[in-house]
Design a protein around this ligand. Structure first.
Ligand code: HEM
Length: 502
């Protein structure tokens, strides 16, 4: 065969092959049922709408991006976020459905950068059996029994350590103080580190650098916050590993009995986790347990001065508890005292509803799912936005108002605006429904393992704060979503010592 014949033959067979591929794709498209995706747009190639979605906004709102998308497309819409096609849900029913079907229809799926920094054994990124095992360890460490017997006392000690250091008429960052409290508490409970020790302070410093990387763009380039955070991560892990080695040696010397009743001791004695797994567990519990509750406490400090009626009712509740204790000759708070902090629980709930420490969760669809006539394709990212439900005016009356009374069965007194101080009507309706819609700690099999500890920390901190101090914002500041909630100026406050105990 001549060269020209050969060229002609191979050209025509390539054209035929291409034609067959086109026919095959066309046929497949025709036979595959058309998906009814939610409305929305996919934005730019690769980036999609990520930049608009992540643009900072006030934490007591849902932000311009969400507002506009919900107005245009409804509470369920499609988009392209974090480099992937995504379904965003501001729909209470779908959010609950997603969380309840964890492991069946949906699965936890945080961006790879989170795994890079928190570690591949971090609970936030684990799924399946390994997640179940790590979760069991965390729940044991944060159990109801431990809260009563160990943690209440520790929480009170650490609260007093921070509050007693506040000088009359001084001005400081309330956010930093809240972080000092939650970090010290976690470091003690996880590794028996004492507050103020050189090593605890060093670890805290490293942790600040580490946190800056967790919230930054995941660019592993020289000079970036992410690169610095990766370096801090390895310093922190080396530190924890040193503590582990010390502890193992001590266990061998003292024939298995250990003085320290902390998480590190517990996992070393009772689990089969590898060193790498223990390190990631300790690091991620420090992260989960310290960042979130410190923001929640800072939010309560921010909301309360705007609502004098709530402050007054809190002081009544806590003075009464303190008076009864004094009469009984008791000093430390007991579990019964905590149970008597009923209005405080309303303040805690309202702070979490309006401030939304965790705004949305990362999931992906494990199968093709149909919900309310919409298709959620297998493999797509799914973002249940819990904050959008908490701030939905069709579900919460005047959602921008700080109104702790909405959590009472029979709401009393007025409500206070978080933004302009004007008062409005009481909303105590829909209490049952409201409880179903309120998911500050997520839900389903991944419900926050530390939710009860977080509420305890907030209540005990509020107890001593309102009984001993008056405070006001020293500079205008407000919580922003970056997407982690943060106060740009650190929430500067001026405090006055004032004993409200008669
Ligand atoms: C106000 C404070 C807190 C808030 C708002 C909060 C919120 C959340 C949310 C929404 C999740 C679910 C994440 C998901 O499903 O993807 C979660 C998980 C978790 N939280 Fe919290 N949290 C708080 C405090 C704490 C504390 C004090 C601890 C204690 C160490 C803690 C430990 C955890 C752990 C271990 C998980 C993972 C649970 C799992 O995957 O099974 N959290 N938290």
């Amino acid at each position: 065969m001549s060269d020209s014949h050969l060229t002609f033959f191979s050209l025509s067979s390539s054209i035929l092959a291409l034609l067959l591929i086109f026919i095959f794709i066309f046929k497949r498209k025709q036979t595959k049922p058309k998906l009814n995706l939610p409305p929305g747009k996919m934005g730019w190639p690769f980036l999609g709408e990520t930049i608009g979605y992540l643009k900072p906004y006030s934490a007591t709102t849902i932000g311009e991006f969400m507002d506009q998308h919900i107005a245009r497309y409804g509470k369920i819409y499609k988009s392209k976020l974090f480099g992937e096609p995504a379904i965003v849900s501001a729909d209470a029913g779908l959010n609950r459905f997603i969380l309840q079907n964890e492991g069946k229809l949906f699965e936890c799926s945080y961006p790879r950068s989170i795994g890079g920094i928190l570690g591949k054994w971090s609970m936030l990124v684990l799924v399946g059996d390994m997640h179940r095992d790590m979760r069991a360890i965390s729940l044991n460490f944060l159990s109801h029994g431990r809260l009563r017997t160990h943690l209440l006392k520790e929480v009170e000690n650490h609260t007093l350590l921070v509050l007693n250091s506040w000088k009359h008429n001084s001005t400081f960052s309330a956010q930093d103080e809240a972080k000092r409290f939650t970090f010290n508490l976690m470091a003690k409970h996880i590794m028996s580190l004492d507050p103020g020790n050189v090593e605890t302070e060093k670890l805290k410093e490293e942790y600040v650098t580490f946190m800056k990387g967790v919230v930054s763009a995941p660019l592993n380039l020289p000079g970036t916050a992410y690169r610095r955070a990766l370096k801090s991560r390895s310093t922190i892990l080396k530190f924890i590993e040193g503590k582990m080695t010390e502890r193992v040696r001590k266990m061998e010397e003292e024939n298995e009995s250990l003085e320290e009743d902390d998480l590190l001791g517990w996992v070393l004695k009772h689990s089969n986790l590898s060193t790498e797994q223990i390190l990631d567990l300790v690091l991620s519990l420090l992260f989960a347990g310290h960042e979130t509750s410190s923001v929640a406490i800072a939010l309560a400090i921010y909301f309360l001065p705007g609502c004098p009626q709530a402050m007054e009712q809190l002081r009544e509740e806590h003075s009464e508890i303190a008076r009864t204790k004094k009469q009984a000759g008791e000093v430390e708070l007991t579990w019964d005292d905590y149970k008597r902090m009923e209005f405080t629980q309303c303040v805690v709930n309202e702070t979490l509803r309006l401030g939304n420490v965790v705004r949305y969760l990362h999931r992906k669809a494990l199968k093709d799912v149909r919900y309310k006539g919409y298709d959620i394709p297998c493999g797509w990212k799914v973002l249940p936005v819990i904050a959008a439900v908490h701030l939905d005016p069709s579900l919460f009356d005047q959602p921008q108002q700080f109104n702790p009374w909405r959590w009472q069965i029979n709401g009393r007194r007025g409500s206070c605006s978080s933004s302009n101080g004007s008062s409005s009507t009481i909303n105590a309706n829909n209490n049952n429904t409201t409880n179903n819609l309120f998911l500050p700690f997520g839900g389903g099999p991944r419900l926050c393992a530390g939710s009860e500890l977080a509420k305890l920390e907030m209540a005990v901190f509020i107890h001593h704060l309102v009984l001993n101090y008056q405070w006001e914002l020293a500079d205008s500041d407000q919580p922003y979503v970056y997407p982690f909630v943060d106060f740009p100026k650190g929430l500067p406050i001026t405090v006055q010592n004032h004993s409200y105990l008669s």
